[in-house]
Design a protein around this ligand. Structure first.
Ligand code: C5P
Length: 398
């Protein structure tokens, strides 16, 4: 969740500032770009050198660096941030945030920023309990800021009570969870199928197809990035899934059908990207079929069309998306599938487009919605195509 996020960490004058070093380390490890702003008193508790080394960025302490003459632009810093976390925040800075006092770089950046702001207070128990502090907490919360509550325990004064800053690990997981909750697909269960299926002829041979699984895996990854709880049902493929996905590996169309029908009942959005075999050998030989002088005839039977089966069972809140890979009369076939299989969207890719379809890292798609409106996309990487498909789904997800 924190990968590539621009985070400003504000550090105020409190002994808990020693924990800020750990916090920077954890944020950087999570892939965030971190810039630290120390209040003048914060700099008494932890050195800029420590935080600059850990964040791999210069640390800001004032508007104007006397030695270098460099001016720190608070507006630029505020707009750079995807998120501001002030940890620890002192009773003093809390009061400034509540009233709009803007007498140092951190408070100026806070007022300039448009991003979510989190604060993790740290102070002695009586300062924390004081009506003024509690009023300030209420007030800054009413502005839309989020307070990461302090814990109970031993305080620097030797007293016991509420006022210990949340531990850096707790702060990081709080931030990750709250970013996750703000994502557009948070709380949605998504099912994606990917790859080919293999239909056994005998113990060593099968009927398969050229699907690499790249498009389906890119879609599953993108859905997970948008906050969905993703189940990826994959046929035989060398693709690697993101760790946050639930992956179920299957081989045949029947196994994919079984896995899909179980997962579908719980699913809000289903995207069937797999190239499922339409036919399978009627009989699977138990021993390897020996070479003969004459030719070999295989009798094939139809597999169940999983997408059509799910389309017939679809509940009003469920969104169902199918793919159509065609070689001729593409648009008519795609529209026909949309209606016949009761889909909400169909994604067409034509094998006539160079760089589209199987194995390549790119794809060129056209999306049709229920009203048979058509959106044509340029040739793009499969990751970018996955983003376009997700945008189309977000428009219709209930
Ligand atoms: O009808 P056609 O096989 O061309 O439709 C392709 C779409 O149907 C894809 O979304 C594919 O995942 C799905 N499909 C399926 N079960 C099958 C065959 C195709 O779910 N047996």
């Amino acid at each position: 969740m924190l990968e590539n996020k621009n985070i400003i960490l504000g550090v105020c004058g409190s002994i808990a500032a020693y924990k800020s070093a750990f916090l920077v380390r954890l944020l950087v490890k999570a892939g965030a770009n971190v810039k630290v702003i120390l209040t003048p008193d914060g700099a008494n508790f932890i050195t800029p050198l420590t935080l600059a080394t850990l964040s791999k960025n210069p640390v800001y302490t004032q508007y104007f660096e006397e030695e270098t003459g460099v001016w720190s632009n608070h507006v630029e810093l505020g707009l750079w941030a995807d998120l501001i976390i002030i940890a620890p925040i002192s009773a003093n800075t809390l009061a400034k945030l509540a009233t709009g006092i803007c007498d140092n770089l951190l408070t100026a950046v806070y007022l300039s920023a448009k991003c979510p702001v989190y604060v993790a207070p740290a102070m002695d128990l009586d300062m924390w309990k004081h009506e003024t502090t509690q009023n300030n907490i209420e007030r800054i919360s009413s502005f839309g800021n989020t307070v990461i509550a302090p814990a109970n325990g031993e305080l620097a004064s030797g007293l016991w009570g509420e006022g210990r800053m949340a531990e850096p690990e707790e702060i990081v997981s709080f931030l990750s969870n709250s970013i996750k909750k703000s994502l557009p697909l948070f709380g949605k269960k998504v099912l994606v199928t990917a790859g080919p299926t293999y239909e056994a002829i005998d113990p060593v041979r099968f009927i398969g197809n050229h699907s690499s699984g790249k498009m389906g895996f890119a879609l599953a990854d993108e859905m997970a990035k948008l906050g969905a709880e993703v189940t990826l049902i994959a046929g035989p493929t060398a693709q690697k899934a993101d760790q946050i996905l639930k992956r179920i590996d299957v081989v045949s169309a029947q196994e994919m059908f079984d896995a899909c029908t179980v997962a579908f009942a719980e699913t809000d959005i289903t995207v069937m990207c797999a190239a499922v075999a339409d036919y399978r050998p009627k009989q699977v030989a138990t021993q390897k079929i020996k070479k003969q002088d004459s030719g070999l005839f295989l009798e094939l039977e139809k597999t169940t069309d999983i997408l059509a089966f799910l389309g017939a069972a679809k509940k009003p809140h469920q969104v169902l998306v199918g793919f159509a890979l065609e070689t001729n009369d593409e648009e008519n076939y795609a529209k026909g599938k949309l209606e016949k299989k009761n889909l909400d969207l169909v994604v067409l890719n034509s094998l006539n487009d160079k760089g589209a379809g199987f194995k390549s890292d790119t794809n060129k798609i056209t999306i049709f919605n229920k009203a048979l409106e058509r959106t044509i996309f340029e040739m793009k990487s499969k990751t970018a195509v996955a983003k376009d498909i997700c945008t189309a789904i977000l428009k219709i997800a209930k």
